[in-house]
Design a protein around this ligand. Structure first.
Ligand code: MSP
Length: 600
């Protein structure tokens, strides 16, 4: 049991089960996977939860559309989703389904608790609901669509919102028959799903979010890194600044979902249920037997905010749910405030240590400049793509092309070019040079340079500088940069970390170009051996930080160098020990290439 170790809990959004995961979903999972792997090798006891969001209206509609019994439809989708993450080697520790009894039990407990303390109350709801977003919408969240010209209106100042127009094509209306706007030319639509939200009038229960206004503002102030990147946090703060309204947490007309324990005629609104998956997963984690301890107290209720981290990876479209609703819901459930006999609220937990540390918010990307859509056949299935090309290509491009947080474009040709340049040329070229040239020696690399190998750090540096001058200077700097890579990973700045690693590899290639060990092999074998040895050593150091991104390939590289236990060390979280472990390479054969070029 790793009782005193640092802990790290990372989650992806649980994806809706009304479709198979595409590359947009893969993006969040891949980010979480890299970060989880990095924390695991860095001696954090790590948990990684992903899963499927099932109690949604979308799934019900989809099952009806396909004439399949809802339960069978969901079971099948859960298999497909899980298989997607298994096939793309996402190393999660728990795959949660929100129809599982463990989750139902928790959500009902939460609801009852919040209801008993007065944070949930009944009321009437009248408003617009977008099924695509599974969210209630205000008019300012929507955009005008011109049904006559079939396009979104950017300049609304010129339009007459009541202008009549009825061509009988109601394709943008979610619920055509009931919609009051049906005879109009301009209708408000959801910008993400391009449909008119359904108008809903029903009895609902509400969550008293407004009560948490000050609390949430204090929480943000105390945790300036709660949402990353900063510009997203600013958007959230601006939204909170316009005052929080209570939100509906139940649906009267939905029959599928988790019934409210205090009014079984209603089911829980999908977001109130879905967010709690992050907590359910720890209460009854399938790994409880490993920790011999309840994961909930081990991973969630730890005191040291910097050593015990909880990270949610999400997309920008679901940031409000995570950054506003979620902390308030937890505050209510964990009783982070109390009311005294004069009905004055006291906030009891000012260090906020029972809330997640950070919401890492990814942007949206398009494919070859276009929005992903089934109608134009550009939706990329990650399993198929990884099988045709490789997961490494996806990882490399998605991380390098734009920083997490920005919107970007997935340009398929650019992705291949980048792969060829960075992995097939830069990285593999370097490893291959070392392997091929070492095989030309009539002994193992390092056997002819025992005296050099045993130099202490200072003498080693002195020797390298005196012998190789400028060629060595860059490499000296790379020692400092490698520490920066580590910090970047600690801060989840994956792009910076990966870009910097490739700079370091470039420098190593340049060092080889400048010193030409291939020529020296004939004239000064010892010098050539030193160059190869030093390069191998550097590349191994760098590989520790490449491992979270390309774990299989780095493991293969260790095999080429005959560093057979290295992979096991990393798997066993012993990165720090590896850094000081004396290496003894044995390069015995060239073997197959780690990365092969693709034709563009
Ligand atoms: N079920 C909710 C999440 C509940 S979490 C408690 C949900 N599911 S989703 O399947 O619609 O989307 C999951 C994630 O995929 C979102 O974070 C969304 O941002 C991301 N992406 C979907 N399409 C995407 C792109 N084209 N690009 C990047 N990410 C995108 O929301």
């Amino acid at each position: 049991m790793k009782q005193d170790t640092k802990t790290f809990y990372v989650t992806t959004p649980i994806y809706y089960g009304n479709g198979v995961p595409h590359i947009g979903h893969f993006y969040s999972s891949m980010i979480a996977d890299i970060i989880a792997r990095y924390h695991k090798i860095s001696w954090y006891d790590t948990r990684f939860t992903t899963g499927i969001d099932e109690n949604s209206q979308k799934s019900v509609l989809k099952a009806e559309e396909e004439w399949i019994k809802l339960e069978d439809y969901l079971d099948n989708m859960a298999i497909i989703h899980k298989k997607t993450w298994d096939d793309t080697k996402i190393d999660y520790t728990d795959f949660i389904r929100t129809t599982e009894p463990r989750h139902h039990a928790l959500v009902q407990k939460v609801l009852q608790h919040c209801f008993d303390k007065g944070d949930i109350y009944p009321g009437e709801y009248e408003g617009k609901y977008c099924v695509g977003c599974e969210a209630f919408k205000k008019d300012e969240d929507l955009v005008y669509f011109d049904r006559k010209n079939k396009k979104q209106v950017t300049d609304t100042s010129q339009i007459d919102v009541d202008e009549a127009y009825d061509d009988g094509d109601y394709s943008v209306f979610a619920d055509a028959e009931k919609n009051a706007d049906i005879g109009k030319r301009y209708v408000l639509i959801c910008p993400d799903h391009l449909t008119v939200p359904a108008v809903i009038r029903e009895k609902n229960y509400f969550f008293k979010l407004s009560r948490y206004q000050t609390w949430i503002e204090e929480f943000y102030e105390a945790n300036p890194d709660f949402v990353k990147p900063d510009f997203r946090f600013n958007e959230v703060k601006a939204f909170v600044g316009r005052w929080l309204e209570d939100f509906s947490i139940s649906r009267e007309t939905m029959t599928f979902g988790i019934p409210l324990p205090f009014d079984e005629s209603q089911v829980t609104y999908v977001w109130f249920d879905a967010l709690f998956n992050y907590y359910t997963s720890l209460i009854s984690s399938p790994l409880w037997w490993v920790t011999e301890e309840n994961d909930e107290s081990h991973f969630w209720h730890r005191q040291d905010y910097s050593q015990n981290k909880i990270l949610h990876v999400v997309g920008k479209d679901i940031i409000r749910f995570h950054a506003i609703f979620w902390p308030a819901m937890l505050a209510s459930y964990f009783d982070l405030w109390k009311i005294d006999s004069d009905w004055v609220i006291h906030f009891t937990d000012t260090d906020f240590s029972r809330l997640p540390n950070q919401i890492l918010t990814g942007g949206y990307f398009t494919i070859d400049g276009q929005k992903m859509s089934k109608s134009i056949w550009n939706v990329i299935d990650p399993v198929e793509y990884c099988a045709t090309y490789s997961k490494d290509l996806l990882t490399l491009y998605m991380i390098s092309a734009f920083p997490i947080g920005n919107d970007g474009d997935y340009d398929r040709e650019d992705a291949l070019r980048l792969y060829n340049a960075k992995l097939a040329n830069n990285f593999w070229n370097l490893v291959n040079r070392i392997v091929v040239l070492s095989l030309k020696l009539d002994h193992q690399l390092w056997e002819g340079i025992e005296d050099f190998k045993s130099l202490n750090w200072q003498d080693y540096n002195k020797y390298m500088l005196e012998t190789f001058w400028e060629a060595w200077e860059n490499i000296c700097e790379s020692y400092i940069l490698l520490d920066d890579v580590k910090s970047a990973l600690d801060w989840y700045d994956l792009k910076w970390a990966l870009d910097t690693i490739f700079v370091l590899l470039d420098w190593l290639n340049k060092f080889a170009d400048a010193t030409e060990p291939w020529g020296l092999l004939k004239t000064d074998t010892k010098k050539a051996e030193i160059i190869l040895f030093v390069m191998a050593r550097r590349i191994i150091m760098i590989s520790f930080y490449l491992f979270p991104f390309f774990p299989e390939k780095i493991a293969e590289m260790y095999e080429k160098f005959w560093l057979t236990d290295y992979h096991a060390y990393l798997q066993d979280w012993r990165l720090e020990e590896l850094k000081v472990k004396p290496e003894s390479f044995q390069i015995t054969e060239k073997g197959s290439p780690l990365f092969e070029r693709f034709d563009v």
